[in-house]
Ligand binder design. Structure first.
Ligand code: BG6
Length: 515
């Protein structure tokens, strides 16, 4: 049936009661999305809110207010969001033409980000809506605008009386989209400015990778089993590879943003480093926000790029040219014809702590690569001796543990086994867990999980100011090392990136393992 289902809430297919995740009318927040006419709101945020609402995690009557610079009328906004739901929602969209009853929960308010009067008008609008709905007045402000507006929006919200004191009921929180800043300096400044209006516990800095089921599954596998954890160390691990490969390019719309930013800032500073943290972190003492973030912070303060080595030995930058997947980067709309921006980067990094000293972490990300795949590959060391060599049996491969974040989500472990027969041979075989085969549930979208957590006040999967700054500090070191770097290596769109990327394995065993 369309819209908000009437059946009783909510068990998963294993019969687990999920009621405690449900937000009742008395705990719900008015959600205000700054930048609501932009891409992220249409592709991710509104569909995520719809899916939460449809699954009854949210009450039937809610207020989601789109706030953006354009003078839009509410009906047009609702129609646009209805179209967005038809295209991007994983569970449907209610009535097929109008997307009702969900879209009647959506409102639009023009807010020019630098106009103080608009924030006062926003406040009155929110108060009016909340009074009509009998809503408690909690507020979740989602900053989905460009980061240069975050501080301005926060300051104006504060001045207009839209932010309550920390600990107050009703509460107010701000979710800040990535990128949080452009470099270390701007991230510090942003933290400092937003910190004048909001307490740290009111600020939810999002990295949507942390909301992905399979990213959280890394924690479950590492810390929910006794058999893997002891192996995660320099004693047993030869190296780790983290790949965030995308097939998309600029999609006709991202060129101007991306050309200014590049792959290092766009994906390594956040998603890739967060993945690295989850592989490398110590077990937290508790599964709560402080313990988790303390442990990730330790990793971030220990990561270093080997900047004393020649750049070409630890870093490869790439840019796609015309190839099987289409046009070259410089021919994309909004991209400078002479652009030197990297659309691919491969790095060899280290984590200088007791557990990981000396183990290379290879990280790569790129646009317009051959396949869309995000995975983490842990390559274990060889056994201390090759017992079967005298029998003529080589060890073809050693153990590899792969976390497949997307697509084909799952975990696989490769190990050597004896094929049947008189001969004593050794051959790699795989144990393979896939989500599709093991569980019946659809995987929720990352933004669903994170939005629900933000309304519930759980910041475990969000980033703290010190994490953000330390991540930027790693990126700053790399940027400094790039000061005299040659132009990016070219790779044809639709391939695995520049062949030169293998050279960062120069001092190590192996090479990039393409799925
Ligand atoms: C975003 C980047 O943060 O993550 C995009 O800005 C990238 O450039 C996207 O395409 C990848 O996210 P996902 O969930 O599609 O892997």
């Amino acid at each position: 049936m369309p819209g908000h289902p009437t059946a009783d809430f909510v068990h998963d297919t294993a019969g687990r009661d999920l009621t405690r995740f449900r937000i009742g009318d008395e705990d719900m927040a008015t959600i205000v999305i700054f930048g609501a006419t932009g891409d992220l709101a249409q592709r991710k945020l509104i569909p995520a809110i719809y899916n939460l609402w449809h699954a009854k995690y949210l009450p039937e009557r809610i207020a989601v207010v789109g706030a953006a610079r354009r003078p839009f009328d509410e009906n047009t906004f609702r129609q646009d969001m209805c179209e967005a739901l038809k295209q991007h929602s994983r569970t449907g969209h209610g009535d097929s033409d109008t997307c009702d009853p969900f879209v009647s929960n959506l409102y639009y308010q023009q807010v020019r980000f630098d106009n103080a009067g608009d924030y006062s008008r926003l406040r009155r609008r929110l108060e009016g809506l909340e009074s009509n709905l009998g809503a408690p007045g909690n507020r979740l402000y989602y900053m989905s605008a460009a980061p240069e507006f975050f501080a301005m929006i926060a300051e104006h919200l504060g001045e207009a009386g839209c932010i309550y004191a920390p600990g107050d009921t009703p509460w107010s929180r701000v979710v800040a989209e990535k990128p949080f800043g452009f470099d270390l300096e701007s991230a510090r400044e942003l933290n400092q400015k937003i910190g004048q209006v909001l307490a740290e516990k009111q600020i939810f800095r999002i990295d949507h990778y942390l909301g992905k089921e399979t990213v959280q599954n890394m924690l479950a596998v590492r810390f929910g089993n006794a058999i893997f954890e002891p192996l995660f160390s320099q004693k047993y691990v030869d190296h780790v590879q983290i790949t965030v490969a995308e097939t998309v390019g600029m999609e006709g719309r991202r060129g101007p943003f991306y050309d200014h930013v590049g792959a290092l800032r766009d994906v390594v500073q956040n998603h890739a480093l967060q993945l690295l943290c989850l592989v490398a972190m110590e077990p937290p003492v508790r599964f709560d926000a402080k313990s988790m973030r303390d442990e990730k912070l330790k990793v971030l303060t220990s990561i270093h790029a080997p900047v004393d080595e020649p750049l070409e030995d630890w870093c490869v930058r790439g840019q796609y040219t015309e190839g099987p997947a289409g046009a070259g980067y410089r021919d994309e709309e909004g991209v400078d014809k002479q652009s030197q921006t990297e659309t691919y980067v491969a790095l060899r990094l280290f984590v200088d702590d007791w557990r990981w000293a000396g183990v290379p972490f290879f990280v790569r990300t790129g646009k317009r690569m051959k396949e869309r795949v995000t995975e983490i590959m842990v390559q274990f060391r060889d056994p201390p001796m090759h017992l079967f060599r005298e029998l003529g049996a080589e060890l073809p491969e050693t153990n590899v543990l792969v976390f497949r974040i997307q697509p084909d989500e799952g975990v696989s472990l490769t190990f050597n086994a004896k094929p049947p027969g008189m001969d004593f041979a050794v051959q790699p075989v795989a144990m393979n867990f896939t989500y599709g085969a093991a569980f019946k549930e659809d995987l929720p979208e990352a933004y669903e999980r994170l939005l629900l957590d933000a309304i519930r006040g759980d910041s475990t999967l969000f980033m703290r100011s010190d994490e953000i700054e330390n991540a930027w500090s790693i990126i700053s070191d790399i940027h400094q090392a790039w000061a005299d770097a040659p132009p990016p290596e070219q790779y044809a769109a639709g391939t695995w990136g520049p062949s030169a990327a293998d050279r960062i394995f120069k001092h190590c065993r192996g090479t990039w393992l393409n799925p």
